[in-house]
Design a protein around this ligand. Structure first.
Ligand SMILES: *Cc1c(COP(=O)(O)O)cnc(C)c1O
Length: 378
């Protein structure tokens, strides 16, 4: 139902893009009381193991190694692969994808993405390959799988590593198989704004026993957690409170994804007649978590992307212009010569993320759509 009061006046509290899926207070209290009763708060406690086992089952993968966040998981994985030289990454992603590569002492090489999928494809990556290329780090942007098959074939034939930043893709599938066991390893984030909320947290999923042993050793300084010979260690453990939050969020995942899907299709239905806003599709035969609601502002739009964002902001609706600027035009990378990435530039200047997640009701979605209708009339 449309509420004119909401359309004419700003929302009292802002509407944001992030998820913040929370457990019920009763579940929260129960789990945290149990942590206090056990008097076990950090460093490889029972909830870390429980979460790793639950995620391994959910992702249908042999090993899950949990970490303090996904950025550290990416750094650890890049380092644990024991490679040197260049890693091909998209620039149209969150800065952590590339910066983790730099932290691991490797050199990110930015590759353009496919106009339709917003992801790396084997043919685009092939053009970036040189004798220095040691790996490919793909991103399943908006939860839509990369060209997994093409990239796996390319990595195999060139004998280079392939792993994935799957921070957008928990609960999503590719060819009916849950994302989590592609490439050498996949990395997920449990940041509060992601569909699975551990407040902070992340994990690496892999079917590679030796890699898992290195990662388990590298993420901690605890001597009793030594499973492999590694050159360096760091403190990248997940705490018991993070693991508790993530476990409760995993229990609620189906429900939260359903709520995301409902909001996504409500937006689509309400905005179909604004032809200058094009929705990012999810294949009907694949699972998606609908973590983001993304529209592209077409050239036919009466308003520029910037004008749309500021008109929404005037109503306290904080839609976002992810990812702008793209990573290759951010520090430190912009200080070095970078390739021209035409599709990346174009996506970076034309996409909008609309508010979604736990705090956004269907009435809120309707009110955002009403604002868009009124400003897009021209
Ligand atoms: C959120 C995100 C990350 C980083 O996750 P953290 O858990 O916050 O470190 C990395 N890559 C992508 C694509 C993300 O969206």
């Amino acid at each position: 139902m449309t509420d004119d009061r909401q359309t004419d006046h700003p929302f009292q509290t802002g509407l944001h893009v992030g998820q913040i899926n929370l457990p019920s207070w009763e579940r929260f209290e129960q789990e945290f009381r149990a942590i206090f009763d056990r008097n076990f708060f950090a460093s490889h406690g029972p909830l870390e193991s429980k979460l790793e086992a639950a995620l391994a089952e959910y992702l249908n993968v042999r090993h899950v190694v949990c970490t303090v966040n996904a950025t550290v998981a990416l750094m650890l994985t890049a380092r644990a692969l024991d490679i040197s030289g260049d890693v091909i990454v998209p620039s149209f992603t969150f800065a952590a994808t590339a910066q983790a590569i730099s932290w691991a002492g490797l050199n990110p090489v930015f590759c353009d993405v496919d106009e339709k999928t917003h992801n790396l494809s084997a043919s685009l990556v092939e053009r970036c390959l040189t004798e220095r290329t040691a790996g490919i780090l793909g991103v399943h942007l908006w939860g839509r799988a990369c060209d997994v098959d093409g990239l796996e074939e390319l990595a195999r034939s060139r004998k280079i590593e392939l792993f994935f930043d799957s921070a957008h893709a928990l609960g999503c599938s590719h060819r009916g198989k849950r994302i989590g066991s592609f490439g050498r390893a996949e990395i997920f984030s449990f940041h509060a704004t992601k569909v699975l909320n551990g407040t902070e947290g992340g994990c690496i999923s892999t079917n590679d026993h030796a890699l898992a042993a290195r990662l388990r050793t590298m993420r901690t300084f605890h001597g009793n957690q030594t499973f492999a010979k590694v050159p360096l260690r760091l403190n990248g453990r997940i705490s018991e409170s993070q693991a508790a939050m993530a476990l409760m969020s995993l229990e609620d995942l189906t429900k939260n994804i359903d709520a995301n899907r409902t909001r996504y299709f409500r937006y689509r239905e309400r905005l179909t007649d604004i032809t200058s806003l094009e929705f990012i599709d999810h294949a009907a035969n694949e699972a998606s978590n609908y973590q983001y609601v993304v529209v592209r502002v077409l050239d036919s739009s009466p308003l520029s992307r910037g004008r749309i964002l500021s008109a929404l902001q005037a109503k306290n609706i904080f839609a976002r212009d992810y990812f702008s600027p793209p990573v290759h035009r951010m520090k430190p990378y912009r200080d070095k010569p970078q390739p021209v990435l035409g599709v990346t530039e174009s996506l970076s200047s034309s996409l909008i993320q609309l508010p979604t997640g736990h705090a956004i009701s269907i009435d809120d979605v309707d009110a955002v759509c009403d604002v868009l209708h009124s400003i897009m009339k021209g």
